[in-house]
Design a protein around this ligand. Sequence first.
Ligand SMILES: [Mn+2]
Length: 321
Amino acid sequence: MESLFNGLLELINESDNVIIISHSDPDLDALGSSLGLCSILKSMDKEAYVFLNIEDKDINSNVKQAVSLVPNYNYINKKNYKEYIKDNSLLIIVDTHKQERLYYPDIISEVSKVVVLDHHIKMNDYIKNTEIFYIDSSLSSVVELIAFFSKFTHFSISPVVASIMLTGMVIDTNNFNIKATERAFEAAAYLVSQGADPIVKQNLLKETKDEFLRKADFIKSSYIYKKNMAICLLNATESTPAELAEISESLLKFEYVEASFTIGQLGKKVVGISARSMGDIDVCSIMKKLGGGGHATNAAVQVENTTIKALEKALKKAIGE
Ligand SMILES: [Mn+2]
């Protein structure tokens, strides 16, 4: 990591300013790593901006709530971002490495220097022509990387941003159950040293009673397949990938469940599966058969022009093979 951090520091120092962007439908790892980087840059007295439209109605409620805790950060959006792009601006992309996944894909062509920092499995359609392309799928989150960047450079992170970052880590590790490596705990401990507050974290993780009951209803309708797998069909007109993931994670809590699959409608013509495993069943290989991917314990797929029932059938076939 040392050479990565030195290279990054050099690029930052050479740049007129830094613009940070993450993926569309940002989660708290995306926001936490963006704000974390911005906080470090503020400590360095570097002009930095976070590309995020806080008025965007597609932004989920815990991200909105987190943003409301740090309203004084420089947020820019697709209407005004061009005012901030200089000849020597540096664009840092966090938590994705695919252009189509970017919160605003067009920005790539506007800046000359691009850095990618991610922890997903590398796909073929990754962003090319970058100054730094760093991807490490053993990282629990991008927050983990940013925490170490702060530790390495000795440029601090503000306590409230550290709290948001810690929350991002809690979500990406499913409460320190997945990829809870020694390094992940070390990063979490570092965030606490920067003032991360467990109460802020708890508040950001709150959900409404209705959201909780909606999930409970779906979980109630799930069933056990082949003695050690749980399948849950979300018969709702629309769900989000995050909701599917949360339900699959909840299903792993039950006795005998070694792997879980939640299937739901993600768009008008798109059905998705979120799969989780305790480790013995490789859910990635199952998702790959359906065109998806991920990790052995954490994988997903999105399929167009299908139905929940048809994908359930395809899933069982893929499990059987
Ligand atoms: Mn992430």
